[in-house]
Design a protein around this ligand. Structure first.
Ligand code: NAD
Ligand code: TDX
Length: 346
């Protein structure tokens, strides 16, 4: 099979490209714009693989997308490319609309025109909004996105739905909870806390740290997406989750303890506006219908992740001293939106 991966130089996409090349006989074309989040170092070692081709470009570039679909005779698209960070969507939503909504719509149109057999839209649990203390998101939960990021992903999901309902185009949507693991950009909670702790920097916990996320090891997400691509039912939505809820503060404390650092590094900062309280995924459907189950428990997944960031220090140090540093200083520095709230230590 010839598979087009979009966003394959990012965190989950690069893990997915590696999975496909190591465990399937498929050919993989990776279309990625290499934004701040895209990094070819995530794909180091694959350059000479004859089953792999990298194309630098924008999913919103219609001519390029059309050319790739034709030249490579693409059978399936797995669509990861997106602006993915909630905090950035609060600072500048426009690029989220451009990439996540318009980019997806262009991909859909060109894929339909080229009669691609399968289109997997990699979406997120954030489209469902926020839960209170009880309950879980199922595939039937109404969409109620709260951040511009979540709204842009929900819009893309609806565009996918419309292509199935109106044209019978074989789109399948996956909605996953928070991922963690190797190659995650250090703006996201887990790698940010690991890197800051290793550098003895403040660990900025938003609000009171009581927000809950449901964590899944990235490799388990990739296996689920691959299964959906091969065996999922067109037009359907599949939730993917780790059954692994944790409060942010508890998670940060756990990381600090694993790294042998002081909990005094933890500092409460101004909360994220519109901060969703709790996400929890009911993954019953993909488990019973497609036989998927997570294989990595949270404790060993976190150990693997911490080890990876310890062993690959140059990977994140290079990012943190580059262009990303100005974002960090702007957001978390004195006067920044996430500058210390002065609420003190836990
Ligand atoms: P990421 O930010 O690490 O990677 C995104 C990739 O997309 C980057 O390589 C970037 O260069 C590329 N990209 C951005 N704009 C592009 C464009 N216009 N054209 C081509 N490429 C472009 O993101 P991630 O965390 O790996 O997330 C991947 C996907 O999974 C996203 O769609 C995200 O919404 C979804 N998702 C992520 C999580 C999570 O916890 N990280 C959970 C559920 C769903
Ligand atoms: O410095 C921080 N301090 C903090 O307390 C950061 C970066 C985050 N947080 C909190 C906010 C969230 O409650 O930690 C939690 C996780 O935050 P993020 O890593 O930014 O992830 P989240 O907002 O939950 O979104 C992630 O999961 C769903 C991904 O970034 C999305 O792409 C995905 O769709």
């Amino acid at each position: 099979m010839n598979i087009l991966i979009t966003g394959g130089a990012g965190f989950i996409g690069s893990n997915h490209v590696r999975l496909l090349l190591s465990e399937s006989g498929d050919r993989v074309v990776n279309l990625d714009l290499l934004t701040y989040a895209g990094n070819l170092e995530n794909l180091a070692g694959l350059e000479d693989d004859p089953r792999y081709r990298f194309v630098r470009g924008d999913i919103g570039d219609r001519d390029l997308v059309r050319q790739i679909l034709k030249d490579e005779n693409i059978d399936a698209i797995v669509h990861f490319a997106a602006e993915s960070h909630v905090d950035r969507s609060l600072e500048g939503p426009e690029v989220f609309v451009r990439t996540n909504i318009l980019g997806t719509e262009i991909l859909l149109e060109e894929a339909r025109r080229a009669e691609v057999d399968r289109f997997v839209m990699v979406s997120t649990d954030e489209v469902y909004g926020s839960l209170g203390d009880h309950g879980m998101f199922t595939e039937k939960t109404p969409l109620a996105p709260n951040s511009p990021y979540a709204a842009s992903k929900a819009s893309a999901d609806l565009m996918c739905r419309s292509f199935y309902k109106t044209f019978g185009f074989p789109v399948i949507i996956t909605r996953c909870s928070n991922n963690y693991g190797p190659f995650q950009f250090p703006e996201k909670l887990i790698p940010l806390m690991i890197a800051n702790a290793l550098e003895e920097k403040q660990l900025p916990v938003y609000g009171d740290g009581m927000n809950v996320r449901d964590w899944l090891f990235v490799g388990d997400h990739c296996r689920a997406v691959d299964l959906v691509m091969r065996k999922g039912r067109p037009g359907d939505v599949y939730n993917i989750g780790g059954c692994n809820e944790m409060k942010n503060l508890e998670l940060v404390q756990l990381l600090v303890d694993k790294l042998g650092k002081s909990r005094d590094l933890i500092s409460f900062v101004t909360d994220r506006p519109g901060h969703d309280l709790r996400y929890a995924i009911d993954a019953e459907k993909i488990m019973t219908e497609l036989g998927w189950a997570p294989t990595v428990d949270f404790s060993s997944g976190l150990d693997q992740t911490v080890s990876w960031y310890l062993e690959n220090r140059q990977w994140w140090e290079k990012i943190r001293t580059g262009e990303y540093k100005s974002y960090y200083d702007k957001m978390y520095g004195r006067g920044g939106r996430l500058g210390s709230s002065g609420k003190g230590k836990p």
